[in-house]
Design a protein around this ligand. Structure first.
Ligand code: ATP
Ligand code: MG
Length: 418
C-alpha cells in the first residue's frame, strides 16, 4: 500500500473503530513503514492493540502492528513494506556505531525500524534466549551474533562453544582458533560440556578469590588473561528432552556465570513450557522472539502476544531485562562471508579431557577427576556408539540378543539330554 493512501485512510479507519488520532510523521524502513500518530486524549493503547487486526483487515493489510514509540507520547503503526530489504551484516559491523562501541561483548542484533544498527552487550544481557518457528531466522541470527563477537575480539579474548544437535548449522566453525572445542553434535557430550562449563565457572571464582577480584573485568584490569566464553546452543528442545539435568546446569550458569565471563545463547524452535520452563525463563530475562505459530508461543517467550504477527525471515522482537520490546530485523551474514572472515584463524582443535563429575562433588573432593571420568567416559562412549548405530542396526542387535536368550535354555536342555 502506498504511503499517501495510508496517510489518507488511516485516520478514517481509526475513527470508524472509535479512536481519534492525528498523524505526526511517516517514515519508511527496510521492513515496515512507520506511521506515527498522536492519539486523542484518554485513548488506551491496549484497546488499540486489541482492535489492530480488524483495523488491518479494514485496510486490506496483514501483519499490521502498533506500539508506543519509546520515550514519546506517540504510537507507531508498522505497515509491512510490499518489498522488504535484507540487512547486510557487513554493513552493520562496519557502521560507526559498531566500530566505536565500547561493549565487552558487542552483538549486532540487526536493524531497527529505520534501518539503524541495534547493538547490545551480551556481557550485560547476560544470557540470551532465542525462539521462533522453523525458518524464522534463528540460525541466521545466531551466526550474526557469533560473527559480531569475532569482529571485535581476538581468539585470546574470546572462546566459543557451539552445541548443534541438528548437525548442520555450525560446521564451518570447526577448527577455528576461537573454538574451545569442536562443535558438539552429540547430546551426551553437550550435556557433559554444560557441566564442564559449571566447573570452569567455579574454577574462575577460585582464581578471582586468589587475585582478590570480583569479576572478569577486574581480573583483566590486573593485566591477567582470561577469555570470555560464549556457549551457543542451536536447538535447546532436543537437549533438555535428552537430559533433564541440562536445566539444572543452565540454571547454575545463568545465575552465577556473568561475573566469570561465561555467557549462554540458547535457541529453540519449540517455545513450549516443557522447553522454556519456568526456571529457564526466570534465569534468562533477555529474549529474542522470531515469528512464532501462535499467540500462546509468543506469551511463553515474551509474556505478551505479538510475535505471531511478525513477518518471518529475521523479523523479531527483542525483550530486555527492563521490559522494553524492540522490533529488530536480523542481519544476514552469508556462508561465504563467514568462511572468508574465519580463514585466518584456521587451526586444529581437539576434544578436551572431560571432568564429568557434578560440580558439588568436585568441590567436595578436590581430587583429579580422571579415574571417575574414565569410567563415566566409557559409558558415554557406549551410549554414543549405540546412538550412532541407527534404529535398524539397534533392532537387529536387540533381536539377536533376544534370540540368543530364548535359544540358550533350549540348547542346554538338548545337551543335558544327550
Ligand atoms: N535476517 C535475514 N535476512 C534475510 N533472510 C533471512 C534472514 N533470516 C532468515 N532468512 C532466510 O530464512 C531462511 C531460514 O532461516 P534460518 O535457517 O535461520 O531459520 P531457523 O529459524 O534457524 O529454522 P530452523 O528452526 O528450521 O533451523 C534462511 O535460509 C534465509 O534464506
Ligand atoms: Mg536453524
Amino acid at each position: 500500500m502506498e504511503l499517501s493512501v495510508i496517510e489518507k485512510d488511516l485516520p478514517q479507519v481509526l475513527s470508524g473503530f472509535g479512536f481519534s488520532g492525528k498523524i505526526d510523521h511517516i517514515s519508511s524502513g527496510p521492513l515496515v513503514a512507520e506511521v506515527a500518530v498522536e492519539l486523542g486524549q484518554g485513548t488506551k493503547l491496549s484497546a488499540l492493540e486489541k482492535a489492530i487486526k480488524d483495523i488491518g483487515r479494514e485496510m486490506g493489510i496483514s501483519g499490521l502492528r502498533v506500539a508506543q514509540i519509546p520515550n514519546s507520547k506517540l504510537v507507531r503503526f508498522e505497515f509491512p513494506n510490499e518489498k522488504r530489504q535484507s540487512i547486510d551484516f557487513s554493513a552493520m559491523i562496519n557502521s560507526e556505531e559498531f566500530v566505536n562501541s565500547q561493549y565487552d561483548l558487542p552483538i549486532c542484533v540487526g536493524a531497527g525500524i529505520h534501518g539503524e544498527p541495534v547493538l547490545r552487550d551480551l556481557a550485560k544481557m547476560p544470557h540470551l534466549l532465542v525462539a521462533g518457528t522453523t525458518g524464522s531466522g534463528k540460525s541466521v541470527g545466531l551466526n550474526s551474533f557469533i560473527m559480531s563477537l569475532i569482529a571485535k575480539k581476538n581468539p585470546n579474548e574470546l572462546k566459543i562453544v557451539l552445541i548443534d544437535p541438528k548437525r548442520i548449522e555450525f560446521s564451518m566453525y570447526n577448527n577455528q582458533q576461537y573454538m574451545l572445542r569442536p562443535v558438539i553434535t552429540d547430546m551426551a557430550a553437550a550435556s557433559s560440556c554444560l557441566l564442564q562449563l559449571c566447573t570452569e565457572m567455579n574454577n574462575r571464582y577460585s582464581l578471582f578469590e586468589k587475585e582478590m577480584t570480583r569479576n572478569i573485568s577486574e581480573y583483566h584490569k590486573k593485566g591477567l588473561n582470561m577469555p570470555y566464553i560464549v556457549c551457543v546452543i542451536d536447538e535447546f528442545a532436543d537437549l533438555i528432552m535428552f537430559d533433564k539435568n541440562v536445566e539444572k546446569y543452565v540454571q547454575m550458569l545463568a545465575q552465577k556465570s556473568r561475573a566469570a565471563g561465561i555467557h549462554l545463547v540458547i535457541a529453540t524452535q519449540r517455545p513450549s513450557v516443557d522447553v522454556i520452563t519456568g526456571s529457564v525463563k526466570a534465569n534468562l530475562p533477555t529474549r529474542l522472539a522470531y515469528k512464532v505459530a501462535s499467540p500462546a508461543d509468543s506469551m511463553t517467550i515474551l509474556n505478551t502476544t505479538g510475535a505471531e504477527d511478525l513477518l518471518g525471515r529475521g523479523d523479531s522482537l527483542l525483550l530486555e531485562e527492563n521490559g522494553t520490546l524492540t522490533r529488530v530485523l536480523g542481519a544476514y551474514a552469508s556462508d561465504d562471508y563467514i568462511m572468508e572472515t574465519l580463514k585466518p584463524y584456521r587451526c586444529v582443535i581437539k576434544e578436551p579431557v572431560q571432568d564429568v563429575r557434578e560440580p558439588e562433588q568436585q568441590a567436595e573432593k578436590n581430587l583429579p577427576a580422571k579415574a571417575e571420568s574414565k569410567k563415566t567416559g566409557f559409558f558415554i562412549k557406549v551410549i554414543d556408539f549405540w546412538n550412532k548405530l541407527g534404529k535398524r542396526n539397534q533392532s537387529k542387535i536387540i533381536k539377536g540378543i533376544f534370540n540368543f536368550a530364548v535359544l540358550l535354555p533350549g540348547a542346554k536342555k538338548t545337551k543335558s539330554r544327550r
